[in-house]
Design a protein around this ligand. Structure first.
Ligand code: SF4
Length: 343
């Protein structure tokens, strides 16, 4: 579907055209973009920042994405897997602390068969019932596998397209076509999932026009959640030493994404907080309304490094919640423990 598939009809549905976004991208000062993004966010989401508890359950991956620190060829990674009981224990702790959305994220690890993922999903949902939402993030699967996961109780699925440029996608994902990723997103929606996606920004070979296409594609996909992760080159990947762009690029893109997707949940990503100590706060000011405390046990999360220098590795997820609550106060925001379904 990509790119040319951004039909006039769908552009109109988001209320803002590609030409308008391009004009703002090239010409609007950053403080003005932030102010527009913030106004739209507060109008549609109020002053709440939703929390999603992130559990990184496996850093094994069968793939070789060029930018990724846990790609299968990286022999420096200390690999781990959490088992079902460990995952359930973490979810219980998070639930007791008030979290009502859990995101189980892993590499594309075939050890976690569909049956095993269904078992884990059922275990979580048996404990939380409908009072909490469960998001899975474990890559491309077949329609029937997605259906089994939905039948087991999974509510949401996170699968980023990373770039709207098909050639760049094939390059960074080592010949996996963008169309396959987009097809998975459509299939997930058809199977009833609330779908989150998003893209990286600042990749090598990426152009300004690609960045505008990223924003428009996220708009076209009508996502429940859409995130932007700044590209941070990992030293143990083929993209080591690539140019690192300043946080402003991500902040400006967040404001533009908010204009295209007023009602979609947008996370202030950990990668932004890694790139700049105030990165997440800047993203919130520009249009983000979600934070994702990492509740993975500290010993494990130290080894889930898609990019280097990741923050909050020594704190437990519960400590992270306290810290985030202090961080959002000066922004005149408050944390929300609501489930936060797609609007
Ligand atoms: S980005 Fe995801 S699929 Fe690609 S290597 Fe990393 S964990 Fe695996």
């Amino acid at each position: 579907m990509p790119l040319s598939l951004i039909s006039n009809d769908k552009q109109k549905r988001s209320g803002i055209s590609r030409a308008e976004i391009a004009d703002l991208y090239y010409n609007c000062p950053t403080d003005e973009l932030i102010s527009i993004g913030q106004r739209i966010t507060v109008q549609n989401h109020g002053k709440s920042i939703l929390l999603r508890g992130l559990v990184e359950f496996s850093n094994y991956c069968d793939r070789s994405c060029l930018y990724c620190g846990i790609r299968k060829e990286n022999d420096y990674v200390k690999r781990y897997r959490l088992d079902k009981n460990q995952i359930l224990e973490i979810v219980k702790l998070g639930y007791e602390r008030g979290l009502r959305t859990f995101v189980l994220q892993g590499g594309e690890d075939s050890y976690f068969s569909t049956d095993y993922l269904c078992e884990i999903t059922k275990g979580v949902k048996d404990y939380t019932g409908d009072s909490a939402a469960l998001t899975l993030s474990c890559g491309i699967h077949s329609r029937s596998q997605y259906r089994e996961l939905a039948d087991a109780g999974a509510d949401r699925y996170l699968i980023r397209f990373e770039t709207a440029n098909p050639e760049l996608h094939s390059f960074i994902r080592q010949n996996i076509p963008l169309s396959k990723r987009l097809k998975a997103i459509e299939t997930l929606k058809e199977e009833g999932f609330q779908v989150g996606s998003g893209f990286m920004i600042g990749l090598p070979k990426e152009t300004d026009e690609d960045r505008i296409d990223n924003i428009m594609l996220a708009g076209e996909l009508e996502l429940g959640m859409a995130g932007i992760g700044p590209f941070i080159p990992h030293p143990d990947t083929p993209l080591a030493g690539s140019l690192q762009h300043p946080i402003e690029l991500s902040v400006r893109a967040t404001a533009l994404l908010r204009m295209v997707l007023p009602k979609t949940h947008i996370p202030a990503t950990t990668a932004a907080g890694t790139l700049d100590p105030q990165g997440r706060e800047m993203m919130i000011q520009a249009g983000a309304n979600v934070l994702m405390p990492n509740i993975t046990p500290t010993e494990a999360k130290k080894n889930y490094l898609l990019y280097p220098g990741k923050i909050c590795l020594d704190e437990s997820g519960i400590q992270c919640i306290g810290c985030l609550s202090i961080r959002v106060k000066p922004l005149d925001r408050e944390l929300s423990f609501a489930k936060g379904d797609t609007l």
